[in-house]
Design a protein around this ligand. Structure first.
Ligand code: EPU
Length: 418
């Protein structure tokens, strides 16, 4: 298995081009199931999760062509309605095929995703919404079986604003008969990106990006040609890296408007920023100030940036509290950071961090994507060598992460299996 070795102490300087967003690409590639003919997607990141979703779509009968960062998908030959355990187990986002398959084929059989490293992550809200659109739902042998002749518009309320729940139901409702209202929907930029693609295909969706979304069902959709938005979490990760190393890094191809929660907190740590149309130049200050953070649904501070921000607070001046309100178990990086010398105490859903002068390099591993990214960040400012194991977690969601870090001056390399 690959490992990443980081020698700490380098100051990062230069430009980083941000890739297409994983969490926008996954639902958008799935939306190809909703129309016959070739859809074209540009700026698709080359990630393990993207490979997994392509694998699932071709298992369902879609034809797929990839050329550099362009992916073309034709679901005209859709022939299977089952997302098997092996594919869903690898990636929970596979559950996104549920809504489109019922809308398109009138049935779907999708393995129930289990819990994962960061929490139980049920899909009850996806299922409640689908049944309110008229689907009959059965849970059997670890699978969800959903069926309906034609879905009918409904009025759906999310107890919790679920990102993939909103996406799944939006994709189910676009081909339903009549009007669907989604209340307390998630408002993430990835929801807006998906709605834009569906509207480009001929759907009639209003209000994406607000908690009230209205969808007027149409009888069919046409394929589209679109570009994937830039990854706000990858951008945020490089911003933290610049501040951590007292560097001077410019992000290219990013979307500052999607990063307001992160920008605000980083400014409070003392970072200096120049924000352009699609660029952010960020310089770290000599002393990193402590800042409290609470993760919240968008536009609040993203849970996907919590672990990275915790590394920054580990070497800040004074005490900070980070509260995780989205997932019940998203502090798995804490014990690894402690092994690197961080002073962190967890109490319920809060972590109390007392900044230390220096972290020290160690062999570490994490069981989640963002936690693994935080360990790379810790390695950048730790004394001596840090070895991050289980790199496949990083490869699920960060495109060429070590190349990008190396180009801005990090001493980082990947080592394959002996
Ligand atoms: N929830 C329920 N029932 C549901 C759905 C969600 O109780 O039916 C709960 C979850 O357990 C969680 C909260 O609602 O406590 C929010 O979860 P959400 O459904 O919004 O999460 P998700 O859609 O499964 C997406 C991202 C995650 C990101 C979260 C929160 C994708 C593919 N994944 O997950 O990304 O952390 O939203 O922003 O979009 C990552 O990229 O590393 C990652 C984990």
């Amino acid at each position: 298995m690959d490992r990443i070795i980081v020698e700490g102490g380098r100051i990062l300087r230069g430009d980083v081009k941000i890739s297409g967003a994983k969490n926008a690409a996954l639902p958008i590639l799935v939306s190809a199931l909703l129309a016959d003919g070739w859809n074209t997607y540009h700026n698709v990141p080359n990630l393990q999760d993207v490979q997994s979703i392509k694998h699932l779509l071709s298992h369902l009968g879609a034809r797929i062509e990839t050329e550099e960062d362009t992916v073309r998908i034709d679901a005209g030959g859709l022939c299977d309605s089952e997302a098997p355990y092996d594919l869903v187990r690898k990636m929970r986002a596979s559950v996104l095929v549920l809504g489109p398959l019922v809308a398109r084929l009138g049935k779907a059989r999708v393995s129930l995703p289990g819990g994962c490293a960061i929490g139980a992550r049920p899909i009850n809200l996806h299922l409640k919404g689908l049944s309110q659109l008229g689907a009959s739902i059965r849970l059997e042998h670890g699978y969800v079986e959903a069926s309906s002749d034609r879905l009918k518009g409904g009025d759906i309320y999310f107890d919790i604003p679920s990102v993939t729940g909103t996406e799944n139901l939006m994709m189910a409702a676009v081909l339903a008969e009549g009007r669907t209202t989604l209340r307390n929907s998630a408002r993430e930029p990835e929801i807006v990106a998906l709605a834009d693609v569906l509207n480009e295909m001929g759907a009639d969706i209003h209000g994406a990006g607000n908690s009230l979304i209205t969808i007027n069902g149409v009888s069919s959709l046409e394929p589209a040609e679109v570009s994937i938005i830039s990854d706000r979490i990858e951008a945020g990760t490089f911003m933290v890296a610049s501040v951590l190393t007292r560097g001077d890094v410019t992000l290219l191809n990013c979307e500052p408007a999607h990063l307001s929660g992160v920008i605000d907190k980083l400014r409070l740590t003392g970072a200096d920023m120049e924000i352009g149309d699609k660029t952010i130049r960020i310089k770290g200050s000599d002393e990193i100030e402590s800042v409290d953070v609470k993760t919240l649904p968008y536009p609040g501070f993203p849970t996907d940036m919590q672990a990275q921000f915790m590394v920054l607070m580990s070497v800040a001046k004074g005490l900070s509290i980070i509260s995780e309100t989205i997932f019940e178990n998203r502090f798995i990086h804490v014990s690894e950071l402690r092994r690197m010398g961080a002073d962190i105490t967890v109490s319920g859903n809060s972590a109390i961090i007392r900044g230390v002068r220096m972290l020290s390099g160690a062999q570490v591993m994490a069981t989640d994507l963002r936690a693994s990214a935080s360990l790379i960040l810790a390695g950048l400012v730790a004394q001596d060598k840090t070895e991050v194991n289980r790199v496949y977690h990083l490869d699920r969601g960060y495109e060429a992460i070590e190349d990008k870090f190396e180009r801005i001056g990090a001493a980082i390399r990947r080592i394959g299996p002996p």
